[in-house]
Design a protein around this ligand. Structure first.
Ligand SMILES: [Cu+2]
Length: 146
């Protein structure tokens, strides 16, 4: 019995260790091409909009590729809604209501937000959803939903 327990805790220890390795920084980081630029075409900083509204994504000096497709100098957009801290380097960007992935290669979206003030920012990431180095983010804009 004691041997079984020891074997089990050993196995568990190995699993925990490999999970920790994954949680640490095991994703390769893609270098951002020089001169690349991400920006929000519309709405513009300070705009008042009615929900739902369209957000158009701009990109210079790079191309768009769907998530999972590894191609030099390409990535896909992520829209950060009311996000205070930028996604961590070397990790895939979280996927939730505040971190919206456009893994299909979309360059615009229809957004529904509650009335009030919101911030929007784009973050381009590579085929693994990992931000580029340096991080390719747009200016953070503030809009008001009427
Ligand atoms: Cu993504």
């Amino acid at each position: 019995m004691k041997t079984i327990i020891t074997a089990c805790s050993l196995a568990l220890g190995l699993i925990l260790a490999s999970t920790a390795a994954l949680a640490a920084n095991t994703f390769p980081v893609t270098a951002a091409p020089e001169g690349a630029e991400v920006y929000i075409i519309s709405p513009q900083n300070g705009d008042q909009v009615t929900s739902p509204f369209t957000v158009k994504f701009g990109l210079k000096g790079m191309g768009i590729a769907p998530a999972g497709i590894e191609k030099a100098n390409t990535g896909h957009h992520h829209l950060l809604v009311n996000v205070k801290e930028l996604p961590a380097a070397g990790q895939p960007i979280t996927a939730d209501k505040q971190h919206i992935h456009f893994g299909g290669g979309q360059t615009e979206t229809e957004l529904t937000l509650e009335k009030g003030t919101h911030t929007l920012q784009l973050d381009l990431a590579d085929h693994n959803h990992v931000p580029f180095q340096p991080n390719l983010v747009s200016e953070k804009i503030t809009i008001t939903v009427k």
